[in-house]
Design a protein around this ligand. Structure first.
Ligand code: CAA
Length: 306
């Protein structure tokens, strides 16, 4: 099989895509992965009237996700941003599934938000490709994995795209849309329109390590960790400098704890491998903390205790 074929440059789906790939025709959305990003994405689509199928391997993870969405909607009710009826309607738009293959058969659009591991995403994309209807767009919420490489694992590379949301998804306005090498203009326009329909501001980015967001954010976090490791200042003081001096809503070390130190390390490794410049080497303290299981908020201990 030639590389061009793998990349879908000779895709036969082009004509059909004109029918399926209009944001107007999208009603059923499958969200794969019920973690922090997956439940936030499901929340936002459901709140905007889409029928969402939230998919994960275990019912426990799905139940946790529904509880989180319910609580986050409750926050919005308390603030007067939405009514209790809106909360009920949003929840009524979400169903859960544990079987990936069958759950995407009726999807008009699929977004994957599984753990940030290439081997896992590759397997998911192959299952999606084999089970979603022809012409349906397969998006990934990946924060650093190459969209072009993910696309090449399917037979519809022209219909694979990055749709990168930010945490907390209901609050953060940005969607970074990453075009793989073979992503068509129609597919890009559909995802752009879909992002706007759910109240987000899309930004177009080409496929490159870390895209724009993590190409800039992660080296800043990594530098903050070096600053801590070298004893320049205490964690709280490093964060205070960035909060009060630069008007960041959260300091870089607290943000690293929220993102997960394992995720930060994985992204630094993608930047280092992909760009080959030693300035992207992960800080030894970051590596040590990940090895020790100090992964941030989710493990109860990172730069701070939770
Ligand atoms: N769902 C719904 N609403 C939420 C929410 C959630 N999960 N979390 C917070 N909110 C709402 C609150 O109800 C509140 O609403 P109002 O403005 O209407 O009052 C608002 O968001 C602000 O929340 P809080 O008052 O509780 O707290 P805050 O002022 O400290 O803001 C924050 C919280 C928005 C998270 C803020 O601290 C912040 O902007 N932090 C930085 C977030 C960030 O950088 N995210 C990007 C991470 S990187 C990433 O996601 C991608 C990657 O690839 C690594």
């Amino acid at each position: 099989m030639t590389i061009a074929w793998q990349l879908g440059l000779f895709s036969t789906y082009h004509d059909f895509s004109l029918i399926v790939n209009s944001s107007m025709s999208i009603k059923n959305i499958s969200v794969i992965g019920a973690g922090t990003m997956g439940n936030g994405i499901a929340h936002v689509f459901a709140q905007n009237g889409y029928d969402v199928t939230l998919v994960d391997v275990g019912q426990q993870a799905l139940d946790r996700a529904i509880a989180t969405i319910t609580a986050n909607l409750g926050r919005q009710v308390k603030k007067g941003a939405i009514t209790e009826d809106d909360q009920k309607n949003t929840l009524a738009h979400i169903k859960t599934e544990t079987q990936l293959a069958t759950s995407v058969k009726a999807a008009d659009f699929v977004i994957e938000a599984a753990t940030e591991r290439y081997d896992l995403k590759k397997e998911i994309f192959q299952t999606l490709d084999n089970n979603a209807r022809e012409g349906v767009i397969l998006a990934s919420n990946t924060s650093s994995i190459s969209v072009t490489e993910l696309a090449a694992t399917t037979k519809r590379a022209s219909h694979v795209i990055g749709m990168h949301f930010f945490n907390p998804v209901p609050v953060m306005k940005l969607v970074e849309i990453i075009r793989g090498l073979a992503t068509t203009d129609e597919v890009y326009s559909t995802v752009k329109a879909l992002s706007e329909k759910v109240g987000k501001t899309p930004v177009e980015v080409n496929d490159a390590p870390g895209f724009v967001s993590n190409r800039i954010l992660m080296p800043m976090i990594n530098e903050a960790i070096y600053t801590l490791m070298e004893g320049v200042a205490k964690a709280e003081d490093i964060d205070t400098v960035m909060k009060l001096g630069m008007a960041h809503p959260m300091g870089p070390l607290q943000l690293a704890d929220f993102i997960g130190l394992d995720v930060c390390l994985a992204i630094m490794n993608v930047l280092h491998d992909g760009l080959g410049d030693s300035k992207y080497r992960a800080c030894p303290l970051l590596k040590k903390m990940v090895a020790a299981g100090m992964l941030g908020k989710k493990s109860g201990r990172g730069f701070y205790k939770y």
